[in-house]
Design a protein around this ligand. Structure first.
Ligand code: T5A
Length: 230
């Protein structure tokens, strides 16, 4: 896929690492960031949207229900699970992400291609080459401009989500599965130092948000230097 004028910022990490909380906080913080506001007023960045996988489209919401609420006597096959995540992503890229990026906008996305590598690759043990191919098909080659990986022990994240009550189908998987997922994110961060930035997800909410704001502001200056007056 050709380079897009907009920017795709993705939040990744284990269950309960704080992505959903932090994506909302970053969206709000960008409304107060002088440099980002200047880019919006100049029309350089015409829009800012927040979305998620699975479930960022109408079709995706139905796929999300299948993936997370599915309960039948026969367990979902790992390859069926992989293909459902890929179907959600293909629709999401086509319907939401690509049009926003083509217009020059920013997309803040809760999970993307790295989650499939970590969960279906490292977690379920499916072949990593197959997952890369499928990610390529689903995205047309689109990769995040910046991935904020909230780093936290799998057990700590699971304990946070369990305080919420009923666990979904993925959260019900055993601790060893979630530890393999965590190792997957570690390996990805090693491989893609150019775009994955590790954030300490164990710090208090406000400290995590502050660290993210510093990183994102640095990227704004790097990406838009010619357009910025401050
Ligand atoms: N999946 C997804 C795959 O297997 N393959 C794929 O390709 C994709 C895209 C998605 C599931 O699908 C899997 C991964 C997931 O299992 P989901 O419901 O969207 O399901 O689940 P998550 O993305 O894991 O979202 P969660 O809501 O469970 O976790 P978050 O977003 O990481 O965490 P958040 O912000 O909701 O916080 C969880 C709790 O922790 C507290 C919050 O207040 C909240 O109670 N918290 C903190 N507490 C202390 N200190 C902090 N710094 C805290 N930050 C948050």
């Amino acid at each position: 896929m050709m380079a897009m004028p907009g920017k795709l910022l993705v939040f990744e990490g284990c269950e309960g690492c704080g992505k959903s909380t932090q994506i909302g906080l970053l969206h709000a913080a960008l409304g107060r960031n002088e440099r980002f506001q200047q880019l919006q007023h100049q029309g350089v960045v015409p829009n800012l949207i927040t979305t998620r996988e699975p479930g960022g489209t109408g079709l995706g919401l139905e796929v999300r229900r299948l993936l997370l609420d599915h309960s039948s006597e026969a367990p979902m096959a790992s390859r069926a699970e992989l293909l459902l995540y890929a179907a959600d992503r293909a629709q999401h890229v086509e319907e939401v992400i690509k049009p926003a990026l083509e217009a020059g906008g920013w997309v803040l996305c809760d999970r993307f291609i790295d989650s499939t590598v970590a969960y279906q690759g490292y977690g379920r043990g499916l072949e990593l080459g197959l997952i890369d191919q499928l990610n390529q098909v689903a995205t047309g080659g689109l990769v995040p401009d910046l991935t904020l990986w909230l780093q936290i022990e799998a057990a700590t994240g699971l304990a946070r989500t369990r305080q919420r009550g009923v666990a979904d189908r993925m959260e019900q998987a055993d601790l060893a599965f979630h530890q393999r997922v965590q190792r997957g994110f570690e390996a990805l961060a090693e491989q893609h130092r150019d775009r994955i930035v590790a954030i300490d997800g164990l710090a208090p909410l406000e400290a995590v948000a502050a660290e993210i704001n510093v990183v994102v502001d640095r990227y704004i200056q790097q990406w838009y230097a010619p357009s910025l007056m401050i």
